[in-house]
Every structure is written in C-alpha cells, then in structure tokens.
Design a protein around this ligand. Structure first.
Ligand code: DOR
Length: 438
C-alpha cells in the first residue's frame, strides 16, 4: 500500500524542515515531500491537517525481556507498546535470560523480531559474558548477527581494566560502549536517591556520586582509548557537568536521559509507590534543572525510555524488596511535549531528541531519524492538541509499572509507520485488512 500524508506539519530537524506539506510513501520509502502532490497509484490518503508528521522515533534503551522473562514483556508486546508510543525503532538491552552475549541469542532476537515485531528491533549485546563483569563477551560474532552497541545495562562494568579492554575491543568493530554508570560500592543497598527525602522516607539512599564517580572514571578511559562511549540514563547534575567538559575536550562521548528523570523528583519515593523505584534513582530538583539545561544546550543527545517492565510479583512488595524499573514507551512523547509547553526546549528540539539525535549514536545499518526523499518510511503522526490521562490498564505493554498513572498529559501518537507499513493506528481507521502486525 502507498500513502499520501496530506497537509501535515512536517518536522524534520535534520533537513531543517518545519512546514505544512504532503509526504508521499511508495513501496515503503518516502518518495516526495511538497505541497499539493499528486497521489501515486494504489495509494490511500491520510488527512494530517493539524497533526505533526515526524520521523519515526528511535529508542536506544528498551528492555523487551525476551528471551526468558516473557511474563513481563516479549518482543511482540514490547514492540506494540513501542509503536503506540511513536517508536519505529527500539534497541533492546542484553539483560535477558539467557543474556545476549553470543551470536545464538542475538540471532534469536533478530529472528523473533522479524516474525512478530511491530517495529524495527536492534539488539544491544552484552559487554561481559553473562553480565558477570569478568570476561569480555563475543562482540565480533554478535556484531555480525546485528547488534548496534554493547552494554551490561542494569549493571556497571566495575573493573576499570576490563572496561579499558572493552572500549578497545568495541572500537575495532565501530560499536559504542554503553555504560550503566553506578559505582556498586557507593550505591550498595540504596533503594532511592540519598537526600533529605530518603531520610524522611526512612529508606536507604545511594548518593548521586555513585553515578558521577563512574562517569569520571570512564571519561579518563575514553581519553586513553579514543573509543565511542555512551552514558545510559544520565541522572545527576555532576555527571552532566563532566560530560559537558568532556565534549569540550573533544572526547567521543554521548549520553541519553529518560523522561522520568526529567519530570519526577525523589520526593515521590516518599509515598512508597514501587513504580517510582528505578535505577538510577529519581534525583533532586537541582539535578532535574541541570538535566534540562543540558537538554537545551546540546550536552544531552537523546531521550531514551529505559522501558523496564516488571510484573506484580516484583513490584507489589515492600519498597526495599521491589525490582528497579518502570515502563516508559507509551508515555515518553507527552512527557517530552510537557517540557515544550513549559518552554524548556523547542518542539523541533523535542523531535530531534527522539529521532535524529538517537539515530546518530548507535551503529545503525541504515540512516533513520530523518524524513528526506529516498529514506525508509518510518514516520510518526502526532496530535499535539490531544489531552488525555495516562491509565495503566490501557497500556499495551504486558507490565503496568508506571508512576504516571492518572497524570493528565498533552499530545498523543495517532499512528506509527514502519517501512511504509502501519504499525500502530490509534484511531483504528487506517490499516487495511491484513496490514500491520501491531
Ligand atoms: O531501573 C532499571 N531497570 N534500570 C536498569 O538499568 C535496568 C532495568 C531493568 O532491567 O529492570
């Protein structure tokens, strides 16, 4: 099926386009962008007046939980949630069971994603075997099988010598190394941020220095090796300061931030809602202010969800015992648009942070994150005026661990196209019979 997206406001930060125009999709690719375009043969028109038309979103940080923890999420449900959130591409983290540390597991994820995925799925391979932090994983064969980065996410690589070797090894394959920055000794036993709030809640805190100490160490290793390094879910003001300085020094470093670290302080943990328990922990207002500044000035390159589904078995327990993590794919866009409404960032920058920003960080085989003639038609259509309330039961993810239940938000995904195919159709009016897996 071919499509004409008629009269939408097309926002593509890469080509600096922000104008009302038509976008023609033929055989899965964007073929023409302009005003009053003639419809190609066998095409459908999608009326986009008043809607935003952007490149499909790219999430660098998703936990799809398959293989091994399908009771929390699987590739089918996770990518359906992704498409509903506007994402046409997700990168899935390696902390599955078994861990994605060899070709067999990467192959399995790639194959399952082709079979049942509503979106593109690019696996992230482990840095160390079994996430054990002791021995490097088989990066070469995983690269051949399709990984786009390496990370032990959920766990840091504590051994500095091993991290040095990981950076050197990954560099030979052009793979960025993604670090979950957390000094395990400083963070030990902490279930939330260490602050006045943790004292008030009577919960053990972990200081923000547990993150920034690791960032500082790694930046020295990046200077030593020249390897591409990416900080996952940056949360602390001190980390942002270090990263800003590193960029000024010309080091090849990037970082991402989650919508929740931009919008929730650690005060919410005082209600003991385990949906607010996440790693790294929610921080203070001063940290949020620093993150927002970095988002606006370009120190932060991407917004990533760290979608971390957990079932009631892991979450309907005491705060101390609950698993770390929250779902995020279906709430990322409206939370970011909230920052646009608050004039923290422009709309164009918000789109960049979800599209071209992340697309340039990992080793993707095709150029995603932009809408120019010839690219694969990964497109997100957004109603910027839709007001709605987040309801955990309505999420497409198998898990419902969101701290945003009941929050009134602005801006909603209407449809997501992946390679010219409708992967999500919020109105239920677009898909043809037999089209779309979502
Ligand atoms: O809160 C988190 N949950 N942070 C991580 O880094 C890992 C994730 C998970 O896998 O549940």
């Amino acid at each position: 099926m071919n499509y004409v997206l008629r009269d939408g406001r097309i926002i593509d930060p890469t080509s600096k386009r922000d104008e009302e125009a038509d976008l023609v999709i033929e055989n899965g690719r964007v073929t023409r962008i302009g005003r009053g375009l003639r419809a190609p043969a066998a095409s459908r028109e999608i009326h986009c007046k008043g809607l935003l038309v952007t490149p499909g979103f790219v999430d660098l940080h998703t936990h799809l939980r398959e293989p091994g923890q399908e009771y929390k999420e699987d590739i089918a449900s996770g990518t359906r949630a992704a498409a509903a959130g506007g994402f046409s591409t997700v990168c899935c983290m390696a902390n599955t069971t078994p861990v994605n540390d060899c070709r067999a597991v990467t192959d399995l994820i790639v194959r399952r994603a082709r079979e049942v995925g509503a979106t593109r799925v690019f696996p992230v391979g482990a840095i160390t075997k079994g996430l054990g932090g002791a021995e490097l994983a088989e990066m070469a064969e995983m690269r051949e099988a399709g990984i786009v980065a390496v990370s032990d996410d959920g766990l840091p690589v504590m051994n500095a010598e091993l991290m040095r070797r990981a950076l050197e090894y990954a560099r030979t394959f052009g793979l960025p190394v993604v670090q979950h920055c957390e000094d395990k000794h400083l963070a030990a036993g902490g279930v939330m941020n260490e602050s006045a709030s943790s004292t008030r809640a009577g919960l053990k805190g972990q200081p923000s220095a547990a993150e920034s100490v690791m960032v500082a160490r790694d930046l020295e290793l990046v200077a030593l090796t020249g390897a591409r390094y990416h900080v996952a879910h940056v949360s602390a003001a001190a980390s942002v300061r270090l990263l800003r300085e590193a960029r000024k020094r010309g080091l090849p470093v990037t970082c991402e931030v989650t919508p929740h670290h931009l919008t929730l302080t650690d005060v919410v943990c005082c209600g003991y809602d385990t949906a607010t328990k996440v790693a790294p922990p929610l921080r203070t207002q001063a940290d949020i202010d620093a993150l927002k500044e970095a988002l606006a000035d370009g120190t932060i390159d991407a917004v990533a969800t760290d979608h971390a589904p957990h079932s009631l078995v892991e979450k309907d327990v005491e705060f101390d015992l609950a698993a770390f993590g929250m779902v995020g794919l279906e709430t990322a866009l409206p939370l970011l648009l909230g920052l646009v409404e608050d004039k923290v960032i422009t709309l164009e920058r918000a789109v960049y942070l979800l599209t071209a920003g992340p697309a340039q960080i990992f080793a993707f085989p095709e150029a995603f994150g932009t809408l120019i003639e010839g690219v694969v038609a990964d497109v997100t259509i957004i109603d910027p005026a839709a007001r709605w309330t987040v309801q955990r039961e309505a999420l497409l993810s198998k898990s419902k661990n969101t701290p945003f239940h009941g929050r009134a938000v602005l801006g909603r995904v209407k449809a997501t196209l992946v390679g010219g195919r409708i992967a999500y159709d919020g109105s239920g009016e677009l898909a043809q019979p037999g089209e779309g897996k979502g």
